[in-house]
Design a protein around this ligand. Structure first.
Ligand SMILES: Cc1ncc(COP(=O)(O)O)c(C=O)c1O
Length: 386
């Protein structure tokens, strides 16, 4: 077989083999296709039960969820939001949409916001005033921080929350990638800060096609998030609005997909774990390559698998990506760092070092739940023998 005859192995595609058809058919048969309907509420309540949050608010996507969560957290134009530079740009854009400025921070060994550098930044580069925490360099108020659980690795959110709460900085967790990742004490990622946001984009561990969820234990914040995502109606009979809201509510059809996908999540997590271990066993034998480690204080949903390339390996990141592509295997580099992106040129970045190294040496390799043992053989064969 020549490489061109081999089936393509994509990076991360959904698996839709449960009750999706049945639930969507029910939406169509009953004509509840839009934002009202039982599946939206069912998805929210089953999601709350799964992650252990008091409230869940379904949104059109994870980016919208982050934007609304930051607004609920009190982010206003001219304020600042602390974000990791190593994340998908949606985390940063959500703050930008509100007229806020990002301040970029470095990451730790698990690709997550570095809590030691955050401590250093807060202790030595900010000052506390009556209204809250102010950045000494820019004079702007820091209203929120967005830790991201990158690739399903749990960030050290409890420590960050301890540092930020007393300073009046709200914590909005970007848990877009970490559904199923749980801390050792049993708490799910996304429920430790003031608000948490999930994504159900097509490449996530469960999908609604597109979709997002805001979770919180605070009834006022949940109410405000629901109000903002449904056009901020103060009287929904007479259409009176005292604020500008958004049309960000998930539809019943998307929620039906979400309910069916959530039922399959335990199976998806088992498969992801099995695939990770299979990769790990093989990659251990290949000089110059490693798999990203799991933080010792949490599980990992293994949403995305991070291959780390040492300098002695026969390819660099670009070379390996090209070789895999030739073998009809998709891979993906880490997102280009956000402090270097054109829209954010001129924004403050603080001691960014590790993220730059990880960007150069990390490649994501196929991790879909429908990956077969033969697919893993094919990928690791290329990694081992080029
Ligand atoms: C870390 C992170 N934040 C935010 C998002 C945005 O989610 P969505 O694509 O649902 O808008 C994603 C994924 O797409 C993500 O990976």
């Amino acid at each position: 077989m020549t490489p061109s005859d081999l089936p393509y192995i994509p990076l991360s595609v959904p698996s839709v083999k449960g009750n999706e058809w049945e639930y969507i058919r029910e939406c169509l048969d009953t004509e509840w296709v839009s934002t009202a309907g039982t599946y939206v509420e069912r998805f929210e309540s089953e999601f709350s039960a799964y992650v252990g949050a008091d409230y869940s608010v379904a949104c059109v996507n994870g980016t919208a969820a982050l934007q609304v969560a930051l607004q609920v957290a009190g982010v206003k134009p001219g304020m600042e939001v602390l974000v990791p530079t190593l994340t998908f740009i949606a985390t940063v854009n959500a703050a930008h949409y509100l007229g806020a400025k990002p301040v970029f921070l470095d990451c730790d060994d698990f690709y997550n916001l570095d809590v030691d550098k955050l401590t250093e930044f807060l202790e030595n580069h900010t000052e506390q005033r009556e209204e809250g925490c102010f950045n000494k360099a820019t004079g702007r108020q820091i209203r929120a921080i967005v830790p991201v659980h990158v690739f399903g690795n749990a960030a050290r959110v409890q420590q960050m929350t301890d540092l930020c709460r007393s300073r009046g900085i709200r914590v909005v967790e970007d848990a877009a990638e970490s559904l199923g990742t749980v801390y050792q004490d049993g708490r799910h990622t996304g429920v430790i800060g003031d608000l948490g946001c999930f994504s159900f984009n097509g490449n996530k561990i469960i999908t609604c096609g597109g979709g997002g969820m805001i979770v919180t234990d605070c009834p006022e914040m949940a109410q405000k998030a629901r109000y903002l995502t449904t056009q901020a109606k103060d009287d929904d009979v007479r259409y009176v609005h005292e604020e500008v809201g958004y049309n960000f509510r998930l539809t019943n059809i998307q929620a039906a997909l979400g309910v069916a996908q959530l039922e399959q999540l335990p199976g998806f997590l088992q498969t992801k774990q099995r695939n990770y271990l299979a990769y790990k066993e093989r990659v251990r034998e290949i000089p110059g390559l490693n798999l990203g480690e799991v933080p010792p204080y949490a599980t990992n949903n293994h949403w995305m698998i991070a291959l780390q390339i040492e300098s002695g390996y026969r390819y660099d990141r670009e070379g390996l990506m090209a070789r895999l592509q030739e073998a009809r295997i998709q891979s993906r580099p880490v997102w280009y760092l956000n402090h270097l992106q054109k829209p954010y040129a001129g924004c403050q970045s603080f001691q960014i070092e590790k993220a730059s190294g990880l960007l150069q040496t990390t490649l994501n390799i196929p991790c879909s739940t429908n990956l077969s043992p033969e697919d893993i053989d094919r990928v690791t064969e290329v990694l081992a023998h080029g």
